[in-house]
Design a binder for this molecule. Sequence first.
Ligand SMILES: [Cu+2]
Length: 123
Amino acid sequence: MKTAFAIAALAVALAGGHGTHHATAHKSSVAVGVAEREWGISSYRAKVKPGRVHFNVTNFGQDAHNLQIVGPHGYRSPVTADIHPHDHTVLSVTLRRQGVYRLICTKPGHVKLGMRATIRVKR
Ligand SMILES: [Cu+2]
């Protein structure tokens, strides 16, 4: 079943893949691994291009945490649901503007304790 799906997806990609269109579609979406723990956040990328970003967040700590992206011009992503210890979630956002974005845990006091990181959005 998995192979059939892959072939179908490939056929769709090839059918729509005239010239540069295909490459552009790939560039517009990127995955960023994020690790949370007491008390820190690590982003496995320091920089992404403007567009769709999928933050794959894993909680390596012992308490529940969450993730929000805060950016230029008052940008605020939704806050994820609580991510429990050893759990994982994906926060998908569109970061349109260039600049420095902060990754934070909004639990009371957690930013102050160190649960913050930055990622730069740059063309
Ligand atoms: Cu936290």
